[in-house]
Design a binder for this molecule. Structure first.
Ligand code: SF4
Ligand code: SF4
Length: 340
């Protein structure tokens, strides 16, 4: 086990205040009844009692639903382009779940490997992630089938486990180690604390009861690609609403639009979804006009194309696409029924 400390839950507010002097602190909160990460108000730590996971994933802190790319003004000499100030504020996200921390590691590949995204990377570079183990996974969660443990993570800087009135805090990265070394709260964990945390982590691993076998899934999907009957059948009840992709922590498609008033305006990028019929509309044709082609794209992108390009499945098993879908479309059922 990594070096670990113990922090009383009653000290978390003071600790966040201390970190708030250096970072913009985000915590889970309910906004209009919807759980999401919001800027900490400086007092409320009640989320420790009710929080399971956010509806809006952590990607929104680094890849917002809508973001200005640049502004422009037309003059006699042509267009003058102005880039927005780079968002390099130091964010500290407290309470991120292991599945969502992994999703950021997946997005890092997307936004760095084929090009360096100038909007995502400055935000990400200065962020600190404080993970909080999940003790009450949803029925829809299947993170363990994706190689993720609900209460352990190496994708965060510090990892917290709820052991009752206290948190056991593990130092995962050098950044995390320095952060906790500077904090005024926390004492060395005892062997008994660590044993208790281990027990709790193992118990939460077994609470994830939804399982899928992804062994060889890429190879199974390849020959199934042309099986129109299969894709029509699995796509039948989908409404093409896009919720599953917009709220998926690893989906990153965006659209680009210009807002223009007279001679000036701005270019924005905003989340888009491959579930929308107009997503691939081009002047001469739309290669994914039929719903089954779009459902196939979503599944194959995550479980076949992404692994081919990046060597990893682009799904963390967070279960959002199952529990937030208005018709309970279930990606695990689809994966289990791919014809061999
Ligand atoms: S959330 Fe459900 S209905 Fe909406 S696009 Fe996704 S699978 Fe289809
Ligand atoms: S596909 Fe579904 S379960 Fe997988 S990461 Fe996206 S929302 Fe979560």
């Amino acid at each position: 086990m990594a070096n670990s400390k113990i922090i009383n839950k009653t000290d978390i507010g003071e600790l966040l205040k201390e970190w708030g002097q250096e970072f913009t602190v985000f915590v889970p909160s309910r906004e209009n009844g919807v759980a999401m990460l919001v800027r900490w108000d400086g007092t409320d730590t009640g989320f420790m009692d009710w929080y399971r996971n956010t509806v809006k994933p952590a990607k929104a802190n680094f890849f917002p639903p809508m973001e200005e790319m640049f502004s422009f003004q037309k003059g006699r000499e042509g267009y003058r382009i102005e880039l927005p100030a780079s968002d390099e504020r130091k964010q500290l996200i407290f309470g991120i779940r292991p599945c969502d921390a992994r999703s950021l590691a997946i997005l890092d590949m997307t936004f760095t490997e084929s090009y360096q995204d100038p909007y995502y990377l400055p935000k990400r570079k200065n962020a600190v992630l404080i993970g909080l183990g999940c003790l009450r996974p949803y029925d829809s969660c299947f993170c363990t089938s994706m190689g993720i443990s609900p209460a352990e993570s190496t994708d965060v800087d510090l990892m917290l486990t709820d052991i009752g009135d206290q948190f056991l805090v593990e130092e995962i990265t050098q950044k995390g180690k320095e952060l906790i070394a500077r904090a005024s709260w926390g004492e060395e964990a005892t062997e008994a604390d660590e044993a208790r945390a281990k027990e709790i982590k193992e118990a939460s691993y077994h609470k994830v009861t939804r399982k899928i076998d992804t062994e060889g899934i890429k190879e199974k999907l390849l020959p199934a690609f042309e099986n129109q009957d299969y894709w029509e059948k699995v796509a039948a009840k989908c409404l093409s609403c896009g919720i599953c992709t917009l709220l998926c922590p690893t989906c990153y498609c965006f659209d680009i639009n210009d807002e223009l008033v007279k001679r000036q305006g701005a270019r924005f990028r905003s989340w888009d979804s491959c579930a929308f019929p107009i997503y691939t509309k081009m002047p001469m044709e739309n290669p994914r006009l039929e719903k089954w082609r779009r459902v196939r794209q979503r599944v194959c992108h995550k479980f076949e194309f992404y692994p081919m390009n990046f060597g990893t499945i682009a799904c963390t098993g967070c279960g959002r696409c199952i529990r937030l879908c208005p018709v309970n479309w279930d990606i695990t059922q689809t994966l289990e029924s791919v014809p061999s």
